[in-house]
Design a protein around this ligand. Structure first.
Ligand code: PLP
Length: 266
C-alpha cells in the first residue's frame, strides 16, 4: 500500500498541556490538523486544568525536555516551530539551546505568562530569559497587551501606543510582531491586531465577540506556524491565522461547567 502520496508538512509545538483540551498543546494540535499540517508536540509543562481554571502545574526536567526535542528534530523536517507555555527560566534555556542547535526556519513565540483565569504560567523571574533567549530567536512574537507591557515595562493604553510598542519589540531584535489588541479598553466593537515587520505595518481587525474564551492565543500562534509550514509569507500567515481564530470563535462551545468557551476548530 502506498502511504506517501501526499506528505503534509510538519509543525512543532513546544508548550504546556491543558487537561481540559481548550488551550495549550491540545489547541495547537487541533489547529495544526485543521490546516492539514502534521503536528509534533514537545511537552514543556503539564497543567491540571478545566474551564474554571488551573489547579496544578508540573514541569518536566530539562533533560527529558531535550530528549523530546532531539527525538523530533532527529526524524522530521520541521519548517515551523511554535512556542507556548514554557513555565520557567530553566525550560526556556533548554528550549533556546535546542533551537540554536537545530535552527528551524520559522519560530513563532507566544510569550505565555498568565492565563485568562489568572493562573501564572511563567515564573516571575523568567522574564529576562524570554527577552534574552527567546526574542532573538523569534521570526514572529505574538504577545497580548498585558504580556507586551511586562516585556517592555510600560503601559500600552491605546492603538497609538500599540504602534510604538511593536516598534520597540522590533528594535529589540524581533523580526516581526503580531501585537494582539483584545485587551484594549477603548477598542469599541472591533479587536485590532497589529502586524509589523521590516516592510509592512497593518492593523488586522475583527468584530469583538462577547465571549469569555479560552485558548485563542495558543490557536492564533499555532495557526500562524501551520501557515508558515505550508509556505505562506509571514504577513499572509498572520492575516489568515487571525481570520481562522475569528471563525473558530464564532463556532465556539462550552464543554465544561465554567463560563469559558473553547474554539471549534472544524
Ligand atoms: N493553559 C496552557 C497550557 C496554555 O498554554 C495557555 C495559553 O497559552 C493557557 C492555559 C491560557 O489560555 P487562555 O489565556 O486562553 O485561558
Amino acid at each position: 500500500m502506498q502511504t506517501d502520496h501526499f506528505l503534509p508538512p510538519c509543525a512543532l509545538t513546544i508548550a504546556g498541556s491543558d487537561s481540559g483540551g481548550g488551550a495549550g498543546i491540545q489547541a495547537d494540535l487541533k489547529a495544526f490538523a485543521a490546516h492539514g499540517v502534521h503536528g509534533l508536540s514537545v511537552l514543556a509543562a503539564l497543567t491540571a486544568q478545566h474551564t474554571r481554571g488551573v489547579t496544578a502545574v508540573h514541569v518536566p526536567d530539562p533533560g527529558f525536555l531535550r530528549a523530546q526535542l532531539d527525538a523530533c528534530f532527529d526524524d522530521f523536517r520541521i519548517p515551523a516551530v511554535k512556542l507556548g507555555m514554557l513555565a520557567n527560566a530553566a525550560v526556556i534555556h533548554a528550549v533556546a539551546d535546542a533551537l540554536e542547535h537545530y535552527r528551524p526556519a520559522c519560530v513563532v513565540v507566544d510569550p505565555v505568562m498568565i492565563s485568562t483565569s489568572g493562573a501564572r504560567l511563567l515564573e516571575a523571574d523568567a522574564l529576562d530569559a524570554v527577552r534574552d533567549r527567546l526574542l532573538p530567536l523569534a521570526s514572529l512574537v505574538t504577545p497580548n497587551l498585558p504580556e507586551a507591557e511586562l516585556l517592555l515595562g510600560h503601559a500600552i493604553p491605546d492603538l497609538a501606543a500599540m504602534h510604538e510598542a511593536a516598534g520597540e519589540l522590533r528594535a529589540s531584535g524581533v523580526a516581526a510582531v503580531l501585537l494582539k489588541g483584545g485587551h484594549l479598553e477603548d477598542g469599541g466593537n472591533e479587536v485590532p491586531d497589529l502586524f509589523v515587520d521590516e516592510s509592512t505595518t497593518e492593523v488586522i481587525t475583527h468584530p469583538r465577540l462577547d465571549l469569555e474564551s479560552h485558548g485563542t492565543g495558543c490557536t492564533l500562534a499555532s495557526a500562524v506556524a501551520a501557515n508558515l509550514a505550508l509556505g505562506k509569507p509571514m504577513r499572509q500567515a498572520c492575516v489568515d491565522a487571525s481570520d481562522y481564530v475569528h471563525r473558530a470563535l464564532r463556532g465556539s462551545y462550552r464543554p465544561g461547567k465554567g463560563k469559558v468557551v473553547v474554539l471549534d476548530h472544524f
